[in-house]
Design a binder for this molecule. Structure first.
Ligand SMILES: Cc1cc2nc3c(=O)[nH]c(=O)nc-3n(C[C@H](O)[C@H](O)[C@H](O)COP(=O)(O)OP(=O)(O)OC[C@H]3O[C@@H](n4cnc5c(N)ncnc54)[C@H](O)[C@@H]3O)c2cc1C
Length: 270
């Protein structure tokens, strides 16, 4: 496949100037995919940048397509469009251009949807702990929106860390799921409390939710790799520190060759 634009922006919703929900409809029928997987978005260097981004120096090559990986946030049952949850990296190459898009703009969508960060290798009876920072929530949204078994005996806990409460994208949708399904718990947590003094919920880092017994209380027992699968997604510092913490509790990272109960997707290198 070439580099010509092959998809159209059909919806954009700015949660705030640093967070964007983008829906993209491909020209060709959507390929089947598994919830949790990612694909690639691209725009030419000539595409305009958001006013909220830093100026680019030196300017990008106008004809070159800038491509980056993005987790799919929409349901794998949705056949028309893919939804993405994107954070603005102000000095970045692609995100300032994604933030400048409006409906009907054209975009490049990678031909492959791929990735191992899915529920495939987590035993279906296991409790599931989802930990996300920022837009690392996207793969869990896709999982929860794709015929998720909320009524199973297992407990699911989705922990979403953000700097401030107005960065907690999809909060209403997740609170709605938690209100409806007793075995599903949504735990938002913020760390820039001084900027958000009215916040009444959890503060700190997701590690604390493990260390202070919050997760155990929701599970009703200890965090056990024998009956619990843990997913980590987003900031590599969170992923690394959670891996270290959970290794001490007997968890090992899952690979196809060596199955474990710990699944990780890092959005960039620390
Ligand atoms: C498998 C995979 C899935 C991904 N899914 C998503 C997704 O669903 N949503 C999303 O927003 N991003 C996602 N990313 C990150 C994305 O691919 C880009 O790296 C990111 O959007 C920055 O692109 P850029 O061109 O604007 O910045 P670049 O010009 O590529 O600059 C990137 C630099 O900025 C830093 N950086 C990258 N991402 C962030 C961030 N979110 N916050 C702070 N600093 C950052 C890193 O230091 C990195 O070296 C994913 C990455 C991978 C590998």
């Amino acid at each position: 496949m070439g580099n010509e634009m092959n998809a159209t922006v059909t919806m954009r919703e700015e949660i705030n100037h640093g967070l964007l929900i983008l829906r993209v409809t491909p020209d060709e029928p959507l390929a089947p995919f598994k919830a949790g997987q990612y694909t690639v978005l691209g725009l030419p260097g000539s595409a305009p940048r958001s006013d909220y981004a830093d100026p680019e120096d030196p300017p990008a090559d106008a004809d070159k397509i800038i491509k980056r990986a993005y987790s799919i946030a929409s349901s794998s049952l949705e056949g028309q469009y893919l939804e993405f949850y994107v954070a603005l990296v102000r000095g970045g190459a692609l995100t300032p251009r994604l933030f400048a898009l409006v409906p009907d703009d054209r975009i490049w969508l990678g031909p492959k949807i791929t990735g191992m960060f899915t529920l495939d290798d987590a035993p279906s009876e296991n409790h599931l702990l989802f930990f996300a920072t920022g837009t690392g929530l996207a793969p869990y949204l896709s999982m929860l929106r794709s015929a998720y078994r909320f009524d199973a005996d297992r407990v699911t806990v989705a922990c979403h860390a953000a700097r401030v409460s107005w960065d907690l994208g999809y909060r209403t949708e997740l609170e709605g799921m938690a209100a409806r399904f007793p075995n599903f718990h949504y735990v938002p947590i913020i760390d820039e409390v001084e900027r958000d003094p009215k916040w009444q919920g959890r503060t700190g880092y997701v590690n604390q939710l493990v260390e202070d017994g919050t997760i155990e209380a929701l599970l009703g027992h200890g965090i056990d790799p024998g009956n619990t699968s843990v997913f980590l997604c987003g900031n590599p510092l969170m992923v690394d520190s959670m891996m270290e913490l959970l290794r001490k509790r007997g968890f090992t990272k899952h690979t196809r060759k060596s199955p474990g109960s710990l699944f990780a997707e890092e959005y960039w290198k620390a």
